[in-house]
Structures are given as C-alpha cells and as structure tokens.
Design a protein around this ligand. Structure first.
Ligand SMILES: Nc1ncnc2c1ncn2[C@@H]1O[C@H](COP(=O)(O)OP(=O)(O)OP(=O)(O)O)[C@@H](O)[C@H]1O
Ligand SMILES: [Mg+2]
Length: 152
C-alpha cells in the first residue's frame, strides 16, 4: 500500500433486481482524507450502491477494493470489519428501546452462552454505550430511559 492507494475503490459495479438495473457499471475511488458525495436523481441507485458498499446487498458484477485488497461482503458485519459504517439521514432510532439497545442495534452483545440462547448482555451494552457517549461529551442521566422519553 502507498499513500496514493485508494481507501475504497469500485470497478464497474452493477446491481440488478430482476429486470431492473439499479446500479449500472459504477467505478470510482476514494482517496485517504477525501470526502466524496454521491449525487443523482430519485431512483438513480445511490441507496443501492451504499447498501452494496455496506454489505447489505451483494453486487451482481464488478469488484470492490479496500486499501488495495479485493473484498467481498456477505453481510453488513463483514463490511464493518473494514470500518465501514452507514449513518442514516434520519435518526433511525427505535423509540421504544433505551439508549444502549439503540446503540447496539443489529450488533448486540451476548453473554457467554447468550449467542446460542439469544440472551443479551445488557450490563456490558449499557456501560459501553455510556463510556462512548461520555467520550463525546454526552451524559445521559438515566441510561434505562427509552428514546421516546428523551428530548432531542
Ligand atoms: N430491493 C429492491 N428490489 C427491487 N428494486 C429495487 C430494490 N431497491 C431498489 N430498487 C430499485 O432500484 C432503483 C434504484 O433505487 P435506489 O433506492 O438505489 O435509488 P436512489 O438513488 O437511492 O433514489 P432516492 O434519491 O429516491 O433515494 C430504483 O428503480 C428502485 O426501485
Ligand atoms: Mg435513496
């Protein structure tokens, strides 16, 4: 890897949903430190492209490289391992759940046997969520409060 290796590079990526060509041969590179915007009409394929990059949809053809290494993602957790994360334009919070449950939505922590038994490690999630929020200067008086009970 050199200083000019793209952080992310897509080559001729396509995505078909049956007869619909949602993404049709997209190629671009993102260099270190670059902030790239993706612009297009409604239905142009922006969201689909983001979903491919974040491992939610497999592409129909084309390839993706991260720091010069070819990657293929079977799931969002694969793309997360490469430090790819999607931040949605709406808050995308579940109002009925507390802060920690929202924080770990889709990447919940389980106790020892919990993954098998679907038993969540709420204590660990609460304390890690609190630590991360404190790190960015947000203090939540009551971590058990549901999102609907909190102000903006
Ligand atoms: N899961 C799906 N199944 C079938 N077709 C889909 C699916 N997701 C998206 N499409 C189609 O793919 C095309 C691209 O949609 P996409 O949502 O990626 O566009 P977009 O650029 O994000 O649009 P917008 O600006 O409205 O958000 C559209 O024709 C859409 O109907
Ligand atoms: Mg969209």
């Amino acid at each position: 890897m050199t200083a000019t290796t793209p952080v992310l590079e897509l080559v001729e990526v396509t995505k078909h949903f049956g007869a619909i060509k949602a993404v049709d041969g997209v190629s671009f590179a993102v260099m270190p430190g670059e902030c790239v915007g993706l612009v297009g009409d409604n239905g142009a394929g922006k969201s689909t492209l983001v979903k491919i990059i974040s491992g939610y949809h497999p592409q129909t053809s084309g390839s993706m490289q991260i720091q010069g290494q070819r990657v293929s993602f079977a799931s969002p957790s694969d793309s997360r391992q490469h430090k790819i994360e999607t931040v949605y334009q709406d808050l995308a919070l579940v109002e009925q759940l507390d802060v920690a449950a929202n924080f770990f939505l889709g990447r919940e922590k389980y106790t020892g046997w919990g993954r098998l038994l679907r038993y969540l490690d709420r204590k660990v999630m609460q304390s890690q969520a609190r630590e991360e929020l404190q790190r960015i200067g947000i203090s939540i008086p009551r971590m058990r409060a549901t999102v609907s009970e909190l102000s903006g």
